[in-house]
Every structure is written in structure tokens, then in C-alpha cells.
Write a protein that binds this ligand. Structure first.
Ligand code: ATP
Ligand code: MG
Length: 464
């Protein structure tokens, strides 16, 4: 059966180009809507779905760049720009939007055809991905958003590895979507009907973690008044997500290794072993190999976990996804906050694209949420709705700001700095312990150390 045609929107004010390009696309069996008006094109984009948009930059009634930006921000829409512009700046700005291709005019037909065939292939792949997501019935908020090659490769990889029961190790900096990826793996796997059990190894005190994982039987210790099923057994038939695996204490690492090898657990105080049928997905934002070298992580466990490695990139390395992520979050928060969806000013988008995002997608999500909730205009997201370090505006935007706002920040910073230093020195520089003492996650502590510019408190006896 031939695949159903892709829907293509073709925008150019030159009728000969409209004619030749749409003829070419029609010969490839596609369904082409064509217009010479940018305004009409913008309306089409708002009302209908297109798999591919081919747009000219110089339109009489609309800024082509804005049109291209609109199209790029639509989920799974491939955008190709055709333009006779000779402005290098404009070309660069266009490329940065995350379009797939830029075809300079005048072009040779063969050249154009080759570019369009590539774009059609990409669009068909998107449609496939969307279909399989829809079939998997992924709830929004659990969908991995992005059109960059990095995210497309990620989606393809997840589809490939999800069906197997092999152990997966997800690595990547904080806020890059490791947990989202773990959940997606579960949803795409044959285990989707079973439980997804997550355990944040860094958040549970060492002495409780073993009980948490393995459980116990009544009477195993003084407080054990009843049986308690550990997470391994809770995850039976499903997926066990071991988050922040790098913080797992050495003693437990041996026990985890044994579970991975034997697929059996024995709850504390129980004479019997129970078989568990689980898929293990682990995640970390630490460099486990370096931890291995420092004797903070067992090498044999590392290789047991690292069967299928998935590495997530920092957001600045796939910055072309920022517009589509922004529109995704804007839609989500307008639903959640019951506000009309706001239009994002192009200047806002430019700033968001230029910022380095040390906190990655989570930070972007927080920035959009804050801007949606506190923004001053009912229908637009404006520059002053962004935090000053992103907007570049002086930090005086709010009428109600305390006069001593900067002093307050400085003051709070100095208090925080002192508390963190104290905790670190009390824990001899051991960051995992210090983070527990401060009631924050280790990743948060590491981030605060960087933000506050606290240099390393000398660890005593290694194990930083
Ligand atoms: N590609 C993406 N598309 C949509 N949402 C994303 C994407 N990547 C991350 N997110 C969202 O960003 C937030 C942070 O993601 P997540 O919690 O999975 O990150 P993480 O890598 O586990 O971070 P940490 O190391 O700090 O635990 C979540 O709300 C997640 O849904
Ligand atoms: Mg996480």
C-alpha cells in the first residue's frame, strides 16, 4: 500500500516558482497547498496541519522569517526556506531557527528536487514517529519534544531499544530529560502494562535505601511490625528506574549487582529468595567511569548497567529545539493556568536561543512557567517577563520591587554560602553527605556550588 500523501504548504510570491515547485511535489505524489500571500499562509498554519512547509523569505505582505519561525515551532513540521536574499546575516538567522534546509535562488531544478526529497523523507519519518507515539497513547507532558537531529536520533534509539529487556544507562547533565526518557522507554516497551517504579538513590539516607530496595519481613528488625515489599519486587513485571545511581553506597552496589545477575532478591529477614522479572533503567549526571577510577563506583556494576548507554546532550547543544520546546511549554502552562495561549515575542525567542541554559530543559520549563504566571500582558510573552540574566534588561522591571532587592539577593546568597560551607566542612567535603544534611539533592548542591562560586572544600580521605 502506498503511504498517504504528505501535506505541504508552499509559500512564494513568484507564480513561476509556485508552479514549478508544486508540479515537482505533485509528481512525488504529495498534497500541495500553495499561496503567494504570507498572511494567508500564516492563517493556514494556524488552522491546519502540514508535514512540510516551503517558504520564501521575501513576501510582500509578511515577514518570511516570522512565517518560517511559526512553522518551525509547530510540532513535527519540517521547514525548508527558498530565498534570493544575499544578506549573510539573514541566512544565518534563518538557519538558526532550526529549519531543515536553505535553498538559495536561483536554483537548478535537480538541486531543488534533491533538497525536497530529503525534506519529504524527514517529514515522513516525523509522521511515523507521531503515529507510533499516538498508538502508544503517550500522555502529553510525557512526550519528548524536539526536531533537532539529536532528538530525532534519540527517539529512533528509544524505539529500537525499548522492546528489549536489556539494562539501560542514561547519562547527561541535570534537567536534560533523563527521567522523561526512562518513562518513555517503559511506555514503549512490552512491559508498559506493568509498573514503573522510580527510586531516587541520592534522596534516601543510606541506612534506609537497602530496606527501600529489598524490603523486609515482619520481625526482621525491631521496628519491622509487618512485611514490606521492596522496590525490586514492587517493580515486578515492569521497569525499575534507579535514578542518581552514582550516589549508591558501595555496600549496596554489590547487592544490586547480584540482583542484576541472578534476578532474585531476598527481603531482609526472609529465608526465601523471590524471583523478580524487571527491566532496570539507571540514570546519572555523574561521570561513572571517573567514579570507577576514584573507587567510588564498582567497575563490574558499571559494565552490568552500561549495556545500552543513552547519552543526553545539554540544551545548548540542541538549541534549535528551543522554539518548539517553548511553544510546547506555553501551551502546557496556559492549559494548567487556564490562560489563553500567549504569543511569544520574536525578541524573547532570540534571547532564549542565545542563553546558555546551565539547567537545561528544566530551567527553560521553569522560565516559561514563571513568565506565563507572572507576565504583565494577557496575550504576549515579553522580554520583561524573563529573568534579567536572560532578558539582558536591568533588574528594575517590577514596580513593586523592594528598594534593596539586589542587597537582599546578595544577603541571601551570603547566608546560603555560609551554610553550605559549614555543611561541607562538617562532612569533610563529602558532597553527598552535605546535601543530605542541607535537605537538598546532590545535583542541586552541585549547581548551587557553581552558582555561588564556592570552591572545593578539601575532602578528607578522598571520596568528594
Ligand atoms: N525533550 C524534551 N521534551 C519535553 N520535555 C522535556 C524534554 N527534556 C526534558 N523535558 C522536561 O524537563 C524537565 C526535566 O526533565 P527530567 O526530570 O527528565 O530531567 P533529568 O535529566 O532527570 O534531570 P536531573 O538530573 O536533574 O534529575 C521535565 O519536566 C521534563 O518533562
Ligand atoms: Mg532526574
Amino acid at each position: 500500500m502506498a503511504p498517504s500523501p504528505l501535506r505541504i504548504l508552499l509559500v512564494d510570491d513568484d507564480p513561476t516558482i509556485l508552479e514549478s515547485v508544486s508540479g515537482l511535489l505533485a509528481r512525488h505524489g504529495q498534497d500541495v497547498v500553495r499561496t503567494g500571500s504570507g498572511l494567508r499562509a500564516a492563517r493556514y498554519l494556524a488552522d491546519e496541519r502540514f508535514d512540510l512547509v516551503v517558504v520564501d523569505l521575501m513576501l510582500p505582505d509578511y515577514h518570511g522569517l516570522d512565517l518560517a519561525r511559526k512553522a518551525v515551532s509547530l510540532p513535527d513540521t519540517v521547514v525548508v526556506v527558498v530565498s534570493g536574499t544575499t544578506s549573510v546575516e539573514l541566512v544565518i538567522e534563518t538557519m538558526r531557527l532550526g529549519i531543515m534546509d536553505f535553498i538559495p535562488k536561483p536554483f537548478r531544478v535537480a538541486e531543488l528536487e534533491a533538497a525536497l526529497v530529503r525534506a519529504l523523507e524527514r517529514a515522513a519519518a516525523h509522521r511515523e514517529a507521531r503515529r507510533s507515539m499516538e498508538e502508544e497513547d503517550l500522555t502529553p507532558g510525557e512526550v519528548i519534544i524536539g526536531n533537532s537531529p539529536a532528538i530525532q536520533d534519540l527517539r529512533a534509539l528509544l524505539r529500537r531499544v525499548a522492546p528489549s529487556g536489556s539494562t539501560v544507562l542514561i547519562t547527561g547533565p541535570s534537567g536534560t530529560g533523563k527521567e522523561l526518557v526512562a518513562r518513555t522507554l517503559h511506555r514503549l516497551s512490552p512491559r508498559r502494562g506493568g509498573p514503573f517504579v522510580a527510586i531516587h538513590c541520592g534522596a534516601i539516607p543510606e541506612n534506609l535505601l537497602e530496606d527501600e530496595l529489598f524490603g523486609h519481613v515482619r520481625g526482621a528488625f525491631t521496628d519491622a511490625s509487618s512485611d514490606r515489599l521492596g522496590r525490586f519486587q514492587q517493580a515486578n513485571g515492569g521497569t525499575l528506574f534507579l535514578d542518581e545511581i552514582g550516589t549508591m553506597p558501595m555496600g549496596l552496589q554489590v547487592k544490586l549487582l547480584r540482583v542484576l545477575q541472578e534476578r532474585e532478591v531476598s527481603p531482609l529477614g526472609s529465608p526465601r529468595v523471590a524471583r523478580v522479572d524487571i527491566r532496570v533503567v539507571a540514570a546519572t549526571n555523574e561521570d561513572l567511569l571517573q567514579l570507577v577510577a576514584q573507587k567510588g563506583f564498582r567497575e563490574d556494576l558499571f559494565y552490568r548497567l552500561n549495556v545500552l548507554p543513552i547519552h543526553l546532550l545539554p540544551l545548548r547543544d540542541h538549541a534549535s529545539d528551543i522554539p518548539i520546546l517553548v511553544s510546547h511549554f506555553v501551551r502546557r502552562f496556559s492549559r494548567q493556568l487556564q490562560l489563553p495561549p500567549k504569543l511569544v515575542d520574536p525578541a524573547v525567542l532570540r534571547r532564549l536561543e542565545q542563553y546558555t541554559w546551565p539547567g537545561n530543559v528544566r530551567e527553560l520549563e521553569n522560565v516559561v512557567e514563571r513568565a506565563m504566571a507572572l507576565g504583565t500582558s494577557p496575550d504576549r510573552l515579553a522580554l520583561q517577563d524573563l529573568p534579567p540574566e536572560i532578558s539582558g534588561l536591568p533588574d528594575t522591571g517590577h514596580e513593586y520591587t523592594l528598594p534593596a532587592r539586589t542587597d537582599l539577593d546578595e544577603f541571601l546568597g551570603s547566608v546560603e554560602r555560609r551554610l553550605i560551607r559549614e555543611a561541607l566542612s562538617e562532612c569533610h567535603g563529602n558532597k553527598s553527605e552535605a546535601s543530605r544534611r542541607l535537605g537538598m539533592r546532590r545535583t542541586t548542591l552541585l549547581h548551587r556550588l557553581k552558582v555561588l562560586g564556592i570552591e572545593d572544600v578539601n575532602p578528607v580521605g578522598g571520596n568528594p
